[in-house]
Design a protein around this ligand. Sequence first.
Ligand code: APR
Length: 263
Amino acid sequence: MLNADLEAMAEQVAELILESKRIVVFTGAGISTESGIPDFRGKDGIWTKMDPEDFTIQRFIARPEVRKMQWKMLAEGGLVKDVKPNAAHYAIAELEKLGRLDCIVTQNIDNLHQLAGNSPGIVFELHGNMQFVRCLGCHRRWPMAEILARLAVEELPVCEHCRGILKPDAVFFGESLPQAVLSEAARRAAQSDLCIVIGSTLVVYPAAQIPVYACDAGAKLVIINIGATPMDSKAAVRIEGKAGETMTAVINYVKKKMSKGSY
Ligand code: APR
């Protein structure tokens, strides 16, 4: 249960949702921490324990020991093993069911929006996802599960076809983002009238440019995050709160107001 201030702000967000026609939800790692996946820069985030330099494409290609460390982390269920959506993901899936969502632009690679029930066609994954592994030599792709199974006997799997380096299909630092996904996400943001940011520090570009495109186009901005972001001053509503309970309150207000026929 939220405190009175947070309840009032959740109701304000619900009103903004019901007054808007083209809503873009922008998510970061903070929406998935309640599913057990650590974020990067929050309290106990991944970058407080690991060196982000080890996740640059340059170091991944140059150093076999870095590749071994990453495959070992994945084999131990670091990021992908049976994680489940949480209340925040389900609230956003309900927004789509209620016809109140244009798209989701996510920096996350965990596939949890799709698992919560959002249509894959409206989930724009700017940083790829961990469901697949790609060969950097011949560009063939395999389901992540197939390569994880090989890790039981191989420390450093290589491509069966060309012996090339295998890499999870997520975007590493130093790699460009999938251009078509980025352009469509930017186009949608520039046509939106409401952008809701959930669980992101908004410090990694070009992803963090998406809410800026929305604001520049005149969209209203909502930020739901634990911790400050550089865009807080532009937010019509800024909620310092947990994604799960906040989005649950928001979607309950949306449904309550719709049932009263007030929207
Ligand atoms: N509810 C609300 N906010 C939360 C929650 C929660 N349950 N848990 C964490 N947060 C907040 C954190 O306090 C932090 O401010 O979510 C934010 C997550 O920020 P980051 O860890 O920086 O994640 P993100 O913004 O997605 O990072 C962008 O950086 O390392 C790269 O590629 C990686 O996609 C990632 C990108």
